[in-house]
Design a protein around this ligand. Structure first.
Ligand SMILES: [Zn+2]
Length: 121
């Protein structure tokens, strides 16, 4: 497959990734951290079908203090335990990093170059 770099999310691949999310093939997770949220996602890339992985630390605009009682050993607490409305970002922007050989990919760059938006479900 040819490498095609996209610097902004493509509506086409976003639509496809949403369909894959609805089918349960792409999964996202949001874990509360002391300074914000850790968002992870994995599944087949909507363009190349290769397995992409995504991990991002999203900073909170207003940092909520976590009580040690609600944080586990890794500092992760559930949103339910925290209670208030400072939730994780509703979407994240993902660039495919699936392993594979893509024609024309720059050296050291993984993935097919597709960029898409995932809903944090
Ligand atoms: Zn891809």
């Amino acid at each position: 497959m040819k490498y095609v770099h996209e610097s902004t999310p493509s509506q086409h691949w976003t639509d496809e990734s949403y369909r894959l999310q609805q089918e349960g093939r792409i999964r996202t997770a949001a874990a509360r951290r002391r300074t914000g949220w850790r968002i992870t996602a994995a599944g087949p890339c909507p363009r190349c079908s290769g397995p992409f992985t995504f991990r991002e630390e999203a900073e909170q605009s207003v940092v909520a203090r976590l009580d040690d009682e609600v944080a586990d050993a890794e500092g992760v607490a559930s949103a339910a335990a925290l209670g208030d409305g400072d939730g994780p970002p509703s979407t994240v922007t993902v660039t495919c990093d699936a392993p594979g050989i893509y024609d024309g990919a720059p050296g050291g760059v993984a993935g097919c170059g597709a960029c898409f938006t995932l809903y944090v479900l």
